[in-house]
Ligand binder design. Structure first.
Ligand SMILES: Cc1cc2nc3c(=O)[nH]c(=O)nc-3n(C[C@H](O)[C@H](O)[C@H](O)COP(=O)(O)OP(=O)(O)OC[C@H]3O[C@@H](n4cnc5c(N)ncnc54)[C@H](O)[C@@H]3O)c2cc1C
Ligand code: FES
Length: 244
């Protein structure tokens, strides 16, 4: 339905709060996309000027779902939308996660980094363990649980799971592929304890156009500067450097 070169309108089926400042937005329509790809979303005219990028959380024959954390102007406007309202979207954009003939896979998420993982877990045909770290309470675990074999939780405050960092309960040796999404310090720490070639990182970056034109989303890689929106957002760990 949505095409890469033009925004389309879709109707909202639901926009429900699933955790502290976390909302699940379901739109009606036959949308395309692979796990790890994203859409630019917009339901405003002039302010803010730019659309905002959100990972595909799930796709069915007649719906697309996004999971978002309310952080600023755009996401505050999104959370006030209701069933029947219209929203514009552009996508699918970016490269998405790579798949292979894996036996045991780990999904590692930090906070809202869990957003792309439902659609990913649904497409994996092997043992899948989820490691999810949160600041305090967890969210979206109930939705993930039918599609993963084991769930390991952590929280900074100790309100759920292990008190501390999710990497303190993670064992890289058990897995032949690892998919991760979360804040850069978490991805950087994971990079330091992982076999680089089996680790796929979905990176965040500020985006203006989402289609490779503005160069606003570049990151430093082993092959020079790359654009997160078209060369990513998924990179092999060995390709990327972090400042943090
Ligand atoms: C490829 C991609 C996929 C994403 N998928 C999701 C998703 O599925 N769910 C989700 O909740 N969020 C996702 N994000 C992040 C989301 O795009 C931002 O949270 C959103 O743009 C914030 O918009 P805003 O207008 O509410 O905040 P703003 O008012 O623009 O900013 C509020 C604060 O958040 C910071 N911020 C905004 N965007 C980013 C960013 N990209 N990286 C780091 N800090 C940022 C700003 O610096 C500011 O401090 C994704 C980002 C990318 C690049
Ligand atoms: S957001 Fe414009 S080049 Fe990536």
């Amino acid at each position: 339905m949505a095409k890469k070169d033009s925004y389309v309108e879709a109707e909202i089926l639901s926009n429900e709060r699933v955790g502290d400042d976390v909302y699940k937005l379901v739109l009606s329509g036959n949308f395309e996309g692979q796990p790890g790809q994203f859409y630019m979303l917009k339901n405003w005219d002039l302010h803010p000027l730019l659309s905002r990028p959100f990972s595909i959380c799930d796709i069915t024959a007649d719906t697309i779902t996004f999971l978002y954390l309310v952080v600023g102007t755009g996401t505050k406007l999104l959370k006030d939308l209701h069933k029947g309202d219209k929203i514009s979207l552009l996508g699918p954009l970016g490269n998405g996660f790579e798949f292979g003939d894996y036996k045991k896979v780990a999904i590692v998420s930090g906070g809202i980094g869990i957003a792309p993982m439902l659609y990913l877990a649904k497409k994996l045909n092997c043992q899948v363990d989820l490691y999810a770290g949160f600041r305090d309470y967890d969210y979206f675990i109930k939705e993930m649980s039918p599609y993963v074999d084991n769930i390991y939780l952590s929280s900074d405050t100790g309100m759920v799971g292990h008190k501390g960092n999710v990497l303190e309960i993670y064992n890289d040796d058990k897995y032949d592929q690892v998919y991760a999404c979360g804040p850069n310090p978490m991805l950087n720490a994971l990079k330091n304890v992982s076999d680089q070639e089996k680790l796929q990182l979905s990176l965040e970056s500020h985006m203006a156009c989402g289609i490779g034109a503005c160069l606003g989303c570049t990151v430093n890689t082993t092959e020079g500067m790359k654009r997160v929106c078209v060369d990513g957002p998924v990179f092999t760990s060995s390709e990327v450097f972090f400042d943090a």
